[in-house]
Structures are given as C-alpha cells and as structure tokens.
Design a protein around this ligand. Structure first.
Ligand SMILES: [Zn+2]
Length: 99
C-alpha cells in the first residue's frame, strides 16, 4: 500500500483505489490532506498491467469465445487490476514527469 511522503500515513486499499479515479494527477492524502503524486518509478512498474486489459480481446482472437463470457471477464480483470495497481503505487510530495 502507498505511504504518504509527508506524514508517513499508510493509505488503505479503498482510499488508494478511490484516489486513483480522480482526473487530477495529485491525490490528497486522507491523513494530512497534502497532495501526493504517483512516482514515475511506480507508474512504469504498473504499465504492464495495461496489457492485461487487452487479454480478453486477445483470447477472443485465438479462441471462439462467446461475447457474454468475454463481457463477464472484464469486471473480473478490472478488480484484479485495481487491487494490483494499489499495491504497486508509490507516492511522492512532488509531481514527477515521465519525460
Ligand atoms: Zn499524509
């Protein structure tokens, strides 16, 4: 779970997922209220997770999977993805840029 760089407070899984959904790059710490940003390192680490999203589509190309099964796969993958993502997340006081 991510730890706030400012106050050292640990974010819960629920808080992390909730914060990840905001459009703003900065995420307010639930403990001290200071804005935290995801580090580039953890962004890079979580990038391969995006490939998992395309997995059902890939499976569909290889095998003849019914659309219903395929659609029901998406929520499962989404939950797995979000939980893994929060474990990989690292926080920083300052915003870091990829390039
Ligand atoms: Zn904090």
């Amino acid at each position: 779970m991510p730890i706030c760089e400012n106050c050292g407070g640990k974010w819960s899984w629920k808080q992390t997922v909730k914060k990840s959904f905001t459009l703003d790059t900065g995420m307010e710490c639930p403990h001290c209220g200071k804005k935290q940003y995801q580090t580039v390192k953890s962004k890079k680490r979580s990038a391969p997770l995006l490939f998992i999203v395309t997995l059902p589509l890939l499976l569909n190309l290889l095998f003849d999977i019914p659309g219903v099964v395929l659609l029901s796969l998406f929520p499962v993958i989404f939950v797995v993805l979000m939980s893994t993502y929060s474990f990989l997340m690292e926080l920083s006081d300052k915003e870091e840029f990829m390039f």
